[in-house]
Design a protein around this ligand. Structure first.
Ligand code: NAD
Length: 457
C-alpha cells in the first residue's frame, strides 16, 4: 500500500506515515458511498442533526488535542488553531439552526386543482477536495451541510492536513455518521484526480486556481455540479480620513494572520497620499511587533509556511519587486534553519507591473501603494483576475458604500478585513471561483430543487 509522509513544517521532521489510497481503493470507497446514500437520505433529519451535534461535542471535548495536531502538520500558530476550532462551533450551530427551513418543501401555487411544489432533495454523492490552510473551516463548510441535507461525502483532505482530515473522519464516525456515509480518501493530487473519475453528483473544491482549472477541465463533459473556491489578491484602500494607526494595525493583522496563508488575507494595500507615510510607519511597527517563532508557543504570531515550495514563490516576488524599484521596509527573505520560515516582509513604492501586486502571495508579504484618490484606488482594486474580498477604511460610510458597490469581489469590508461569517455567502468573482459556501445559500448548494406539478384527477 502507498504511504503518505507527513512532515512538521516548523522543523521539517517526519511526524508519521499514513496509508494512502490508490485508484482501486478510491473506486471501492466511491461505490460504498453510492450504495449508502439512499439509506442516509432516509434517516430522519433530526437524527442526522443529532449526529452533527455529537460531532460538535467531540470537537469541544478534544479541542486542545485537535489544535495541537493541526499545528504540528500545518505550522499554524497554536492560538490560531484554537481560534479556528472555536470559530467552527458557530458555523456548525448556524447550519443546525437553518437546515430545517432549507429542506422544507414549498407549495408555490395551488389553484383550480393544480398544485406546484418545490422539493429540496440531496444531490447524492458529493466529493470534497480540500485545502490545508483552514482545514476545519473549509472542510466543514462542505461536509456539515452536505451531510445534513442527506448527501454522502467522499472527502479528500489536503496532503498537508491529512491528520486533521483523519481526525474529522474519526469524530464524525464516533458521532454516529456511518463509515460509508462519510469516507475519507487519503493522498495527494493523484488521489484527488482518481476521485474525479468516480461517479459523483457534485464536486466541491477549495484550493488554488491552477488545480481548480484542471478539475474544471476534467469534469467539463460530465455534467457534475462543480463548485470551486479558489485564491485571491485581496485589496484594501485606506482613505485620507481614516485613522492611519488603527487602519495599519487592523491591516497588518489581516495581511499576516496565519502567516499570510488565508484565502482572504489582505494582499494589496492602497493608501491615500495624504496619510501614506504615517500609515506605512505604523504598519511596519505593527509587523515588527509580531513574534515569529515556534508555532506551539502561546505568544508566536508568525509560524512557518506550511508548504516549502511557497518559499520560491515569495523569493521570486521579492526579487521582482526589488528589480522594479520597490522599497523593502522589512524582511525580504527566508529565515535559515530547518523548516519553512520566511521573514514578515513589507514593501512600499510598489505598482502593478510587479508580481507582488498581481499574483497571490500566500505568505507573510505585502505591498503598499500610494494613490492620489478614490478614482485611482478603485481602478487599481479592480485591476485583477481575482475577486474574493476587498475593503475600504474611511470614516465616511457613504463613501465606503459608493466605492465598495463598484468593486468586483464576493465579500466587501468597511473598516475591517479578513473576516468570514457563517451567515453570509462566501464566493468570488473571476478566477476566485464559482459557487459558494456558508449562509443559507451554502446549505441550498448541496440540494437539488425538484419541481412537482400535481393535478387532482
Ligand atoms: P492546491 O490546489 O494545491 O490543493 C488543493 C487540493 O487539491 C489538495 O487536496 C490537493 O491534493 C488536490 N489536488 C491537487 N492536484 C489535483 C488534481 N490534479 N486533481 C484533483 N485534486 C488535486 O491548493 P492548496 O495549496 O491546498 O490551498 C491553497 C489555495 O487554496 C490558495 O490559492 C488559497 O487562496 C485557496 N483557498 C481558497 C479558499 C476559498 O474559500 N476561496 C479557502 C482556502 C484556500
Amino acid at each position: 500500500m502507498n504511504q503518505l509522509a507527513i512532515h512538521n513544517p516548523a522543523s521539517a521532521a517526519l511526524i508519521t506515515q499514513v496509508p494512502a489510497d490508490d485508484t482501486h481503493s478510491v473506486a471501492q470507497k466511491a461505490a460504498r458511498a453510492r450504495a449508502a446514500q439512499p439509506l442516509w437520505l432516509a434517516v430522519p433529519l433530526d437524527e442526522r442533526k443529532a449526529c452533527i451535534t455529537r460531532f460538535r461535542a467531540g470537537v469541544v471535548a478534544q479541542l486542545e488535542t485537535l489544535a495541537a495536531l493541526m499545528t504540528s502538520e500545518t505550522g499554524k500558530p497554536i492560538r490560531m488553531s484554537r481560534n479556528e476550532l472555536n470559530g467552527l462551533l458557530g458555523r456548525i450551530d448556524f447550519f443546525l439552526l437553518e437546515v430545517d427551513l432549507q429542506l422544507q418543501t414549498e407549495t408555490v401555487f395551488a389553484e383550480g386543482g393544480m398544485t406546484e411544489r418545490i422539493e429540496h432533495t440531496a444531490l447524492g454523492v458529493v466529493a470534497n477536495i480540500s485545502a490545508w490552510n483552514y482545514p476545519w473551516f473549509v472542510g466543514c463548510n462542505v461536509i456539515i451541510p452536505a451531510l445534513l441535507t442527506g448527501n454522502t461525502v467522499l472527502y479528500k483532505p489536503s496532503e498537508y492536513a491529512t491528520l486533521t482530515g483523519m481526525a474529522i473522519a474519526g469524530l464524525l464516525h464516533e458521532a454516529g455518521v456511518p463509515k460509508d456515509v462519510f469516507v475519507a480518501v487519503i493522498g495527494g493530487g493523484d488521489v484527488g484526480a482518481a476521485l474525479l473519475a468516480q461517479k459523483i453528483d457534485g464536486l466541491f473544491f477549495t484550493g488554488s486556481y491552477a488545480t481548480g482549472a484542471k478539475i474544471a477541465q476534467a469534469l467539463g463533459p460530465r455534467m457534475v455540479k462543480l463548485q470551486l473556491e479558489l485564491g485571491g489578491k485581496d485589496p484594501t484602500y485606506v482613505c485620507e480620513d481614516a485613522d492611519p494607526k488603527a487602519a495599519a494595525e487592523s491591516l497588518a493583522d489581516g495581511a499576516m494572520y496565519n502567516t499570510g496563508q488565508s484565502c482572504c488575507s489582505v494582499e494589496r494595500i492602497y493608501v491615500h497620499e495624504k496619510i501614506h507615510d504615517a500609515f506605512v510607519a505604523a504598519f511596519v511597527d505593527a509587523v515588527r511587533g509580531f513574534k515569529v517563532g515556534d508555532p506551539t508557543l502561546e505568544d508566536s504570531y508568525i509560524g512557518p509556511l506550511t508548504r516549502a515550495q511557497q518559499i520560491e514563490v515569495l523569493d521570486a516576488q521579492v526579487a521582482d519587486a526589488k528589480a522594479r524599484g520597490a522599497t523593502l521596509l522589512c524582511g525580504g527573505g527566508r529565515l535559515h534553519g530547518p523548516g519553512n520560515w520566511y521573514a514578515p516582509t513589507v514593501f512600499s513604492g510598489v505598482d502593478h507591473s510587479m508580481e507582488l501586486m498581481r499574483e497571490e502571495s500566500f505568505g507573510p508579504i505585502i505591498g503598499i501603494q500610494k494613490v492620489s484618490g478614490d478614482e485611482e484606488a478603485l481602478r487599481l482594486m479592480n485591476d485583477t483576475r481575482y475577486g474574493l474580498t476587498a475593503g475600504v477604511f474611511t470614516s465616511d460610510e457613504a463613501r465606503a458604500s459608493a466605492l465598495l458597490s463598484q468593486v468586483r469581489a464576493g465579500s466587501v469590508y468597511w473598516n475591517c478585513c479578513d473576516r468570514v461569517s457563517p451567515r453570509l455567502p462566501w464566493s468570488g468573482y473571476g478566477d476566485s471561483g464559482v459557487g459558494l459556501t456558508l449562509s443559507t445559500y451554502g446549505i441550498q448548494t448541496f440540494t437539488r430543487p425538484k419541481a412537482w406539478h400535481l393535478r387532482q384527477a
